[in-house]
Design a protein around this ligand. Structure first.
Ligand code: FE
Length: 206
């Protein structure tokens, strides 16, 4: 996994790899990130959730994988990679919705109408990510402190795939990311660290 030590490095990754696109998705990674953040902002979300929306798929861009993982039958665990990366820079209000946004899809997928509306890639990855949650898994998800934020993020995520949609630029959002990153310190006492799964590396998963 690409090690990220600053908000500026995250920005550079979005600008350099953000033009990539997955098979079955109609927008690039950067277009998707900007649309997702725009929906969050328009919904009046807190800055932490707007930044989470902007960075929710950063895990996809931290690996060396070229192509579309789900098309090759691979779950790249991007939510785990992304949350682990963001844990160095942001508090739980940013990184936990990122960590939970795949679980939120599995939660929402209990609704057949929700599943029918998913894109080709999202539907394909759903199966690799564990499929629809069981009743026990849903109950456990609902106990997560950031479950509600993750569900909101997921709805914006699913909608943020419209080709040609006009959004603010990365710079328009970035001051918030920098401000929140500066607020976090490496030695802080935070009880919502990502799970041990986050030690997983790109090489082992891909
Ligand atoms: Fe996404």
């Amino acid at each position: 996994m690409h090690a990220v030590g600053s908000a500026e490095e995250l920005r550079a990754i979005l600008l350099t790899r953000g033009c990539e696109r997955y098979t079955g998705e109609p927008v690039s990674h950067l277009e998707h990130a900007l649309q997702c953040a725009d929906f969050a902002e328009r919904a009046g979300a807190a800055d932490s959730l707007v930044v989470a929306a902007l960075l929710h798929d950063i895990g996809h861009l931290l690996t060396c994988y070229c192509g579309t993982p789900s098309a090759d039958g691979i779950d790249d665990q991007h939510e785990v990679l992304g949350a682990a990366c963001l844990a160095r820079l942001f508090e739980s209000g940013v990184r936990e919705p990122v960590r939970l946004h795949v679980a939120a899809k599995r939660y929402l997928a209990a609704d057949p109408a929700y599943r029918r509306a998913l894109t080709e890639d999202s539907l394909r990855s759903l199966q690799l990510q564990g499929g629809v949650m069981s009743a026990e898994e849903r109950a456990a998800f609902e106990r997560e402190v950031h479950a509600e934020a993750a569900l909101r993020l997921r709805r914006w995520d699913d909608a943020a795939k419209r080709p040609g949609r006009v959004t603010p630029s990365l710079d328009d959002f970035w001051s918030r990311a920098e401000r929140l990153a500066l607020r976090s310190s490496p030695g802080r006492n935070d009880h919502n660290q990502p799970s041990a799964k986050a030690t997983h590396t790109a090489q082992s998963s891909l």
